[in-house]
Write a protein that binds this ligand. Structure first.
Ligand SMILES: NC(=O)c1ccc[n+]([C@@H]2O[C@H](COP(=O)([O-])OP(=O)(O)OC[C@H]3O[C@@H](n4cnc5c(N)ncnc54)[C@H](OP(=O)(O)O)[C@@H]3O)[C@@H](O)[C@H]2O)c1
Length: 267
């Protein structure tokens, strides 16, 4: 599907949160399909283990990691600045659900910074390389568990912080921003779609009080399908669950979507 090169016949893919339950499975499945895969992680020991496990499981040696805190814009920009070549697939997957309200060193509420701004900053920082490598695909791992967005209080400065509410807001924002980013990148043959991955037992879901009845590989199936399948090559700005396009009521409020995107670009 992607322009092949001698060293990466399927293309180059970047996966954030690739030491987590779903992200690691996404990275492994993409490596299994022949992609050169870069795992964006924040913990070196976990990153090294994930790279080894994926290389062994797939026989694909073109797997490496980069240490980046995706809640920090400067760290993302530094990664984009040192990126060595093309990029065909970007999977924004890293997310966090702290039980107490936390802030980044820049003073941004941590779920908003990681789960929302991290997706926008990654896509913006890599948009030039994605366009230059087109056709390209961005997949935003969101959730069906979404809602509660308050555009006047995105950082829970007025509302009392609740990690479930902050998480639901962040996943609603991911779905809305998918449309804004898709509109921006469509002329340059880069698609942007959002999905619910599945209910998977993970640190993130445990923090929210949930377990999960699907395996990490099942959770990775829809993101990987969106990243690779010829059937969705032309789809952009859409939301999917279990490899099916769904109506997304959050994406229908165009004014709020545009306002949210403007706010995010201002950070
Ligand atoms: N699990 C579910 O049932 C479920 C359902 C719907 C949607 N989702 C979505 O699926 C995605 C993956 O979730 P998961 O269940 O696999 O959670 P997870 O196992 O807790 O993985 C989250 C990943 O994000 C990374 N991360 C968090 N903050 C980061 C930061 N500031 N910089 C870089 N990386 C950071 C974590 O790194 P560390 O390994 O260093 O902690 C971890 O690798 C999320 O977007 C989530 O919203 C999950």
């Amino acid at each position: 599907m992607h322009t092949p090169t001698e060293h990466n016949p399927a293309g180059v893919a970047l996966v954030t949160g690739a030491t987590g339950a779903i992200g690691r499975a996404i990275a492994r499945q993409l490596a299994g399909k022949g992609f050169e895969v870069v795992l964006v992680c924040r913990d070196q020991a976990r990153a090294e283990r994930a790279v080894q496990e994926i290389r062994q499981a797939t026989g694909n040696e073109q797997v490496r990691y980069e240490l980046v805190d995706v809640s920090r814009r400067a760290a993302i920009q530094a990664l984009a600045d040192r990126w060595p070549g093309p990029l065909h697939v970007l999977v924004n997957n890293a997310a966090t659900t702290p039980r107490e309200r936390q802030e980044t060193p820049e003073g941004i509420e941590l779920q908003f910074a990681t789960n929302v701004l991290g997706y926008v900053w990654m896509t913006q920082a890599f948009s030039d390389v994605l366009k230059a490598s087109a056709p390209g695909r961005v997949v935003n791992v969101a959730s069906y568990w979404a809602g509660d967005l308050d555009i006047d209080d995105l950082e829970f400065k007025q509302r009392g912080y609740n990690n479930g509410q902050a998480y639901r807001q962040s996943k609603q924002a991911d779905r809305m921003l998918t449309v804004a980013l898709a509109n921006e990148l469509q002329p340059d043959r880069v698609t942007v779609n959002a999905c619910h991955p599945g209910d998977v037992n993970s640190r993130l879901s445990n923090n929210l009080g949930f377990g999960g009845h699907e395996s990490p590989d099942q959770g990775a199936a829809t993101p990987v399908w969106l990243a690779t399948d010829p059937a969705v090559r032309e789809k952009t700005g859409k939301y999917f669950e279990h490899q099916r396009e769904m109506r997304d009521r959050f994406a229908e409020n165009k004014l709020e979507m545009e306002a949210l995107y403007r706010i995010c670009l201002g950070y």
